[in-house]
Write a protein that binds this ligand. Structure first.
Ligand code: 13P
Length: 247
């Protein structure tokens, strides 16, 4: 199974549902539709209406983050996995570099993953090195720490997906070379196998993915799909990625 996950970040108002409608229509007619899943993570404000609308359709809705506690608490502006699940979301991103840079620690991320799984959300756990770490050849080291400090072998690996998003590639148009990315993906899967003592969960790539560079990514069979930012905000760009992947 392949994944095409669109992360809208701070984008979208109620009528932006038209974008999802077009993607859903494309999916419903696509001869390859059994081979992949489409997930969109709109901002919190839109999850409930979108999840209701797409309840019996093939697009799944997720959140972009969640708070590190269960149920209810007295933390202003916090939204728990329980609350996210209760409005129909099926997935949540956790550990996006935007949130790590705003203070998410490994301990917080571990609690987020724990409570998200407890509430039956599928977790898309994001990892990635920054430009300096890459330059200093610390990529593998950084990724390994991000994985082993948060993911626990007791977690239900069937509900975990890992998204490798090099920070220097997010929103920049810069992407890793094919060899680099293949090696890194294999490395991530090896670390995950060691954590779970079984086969690795799916590993996605994210960072400047678009309809033209997806042709290169598809040659790396270890990559199980994509986490797409900018190109998920217009239906045409998002659909082009799927079309070109299966061409
Ligand atoms: P871009 O596709 O805009 O580079 O964003 C990637 C991303 O951060 C998805 O979570």
């Amino acid at each position: 199974m392949r994944y095409f996950i669109g992360n809208w970040k701070m984008f979208g108002v109620p009528k932006s549902i038209n974008i999802l409608n077009k993607i859903n229509y494309f999916h419903s007619k696509d001869k390859n539709r059994q081979k992949y899943k489409v997930v969109i993570t709109p901002p919190y404000t839109l999850i409930e209406t979108y999840a209701k609308y797409f309840k019996n359709k093939k697009i799944s809705i997720g959140s972009q983050n969640c708070y590190q506690k269960d149920q209810f608490s007295s933390n202003t502006a916090a939204v728990s996995p329980f609350m996210i699940k209760s409005v129909g979301a099926k997935y949540t991103l956790i550990g996006h570099s935007d949130n790590r840079s705003e203070g998410d620690t490994n301990e917080m991320l571990k609690n987020k993953v724990f409570f998200a799984l407890k509430n039956n959300l599928k977790v898309v756990f994001c990892i990635g090195e920054n430009k300096i770490q890459k330059k200093n050849k610390k990529t593998f080291n950084v990724l390994k720490k991000q994985l082993i400090n948060v993911l626990d072998k007791k977690f239900n690996q069937n509900n975990i997906i890992v998204a490798y998003e090099p920070i220097w590639s997010i929103g920049t148009g810069k992407i890793p070379t094919k060899n680099e990315l293949k090696e890194t993906t294999i490395y991530i899967k090896q670390v995950l196998k060691n954590i779970f003592r079984k086969k690795s969960p799916a590993v996605l790539y994210g960072g400047s993915v678009d309809g033209s560079n997806v042709e290169m990514f598809k040659e790396i069979r270890e990559i199980d799909g994509f986490l797409i930012g900018g190109a998920s905000k217009t239906s045409k760009k998002f659909i082009d990625i799927i079309k070109n992947y299966y061409r």
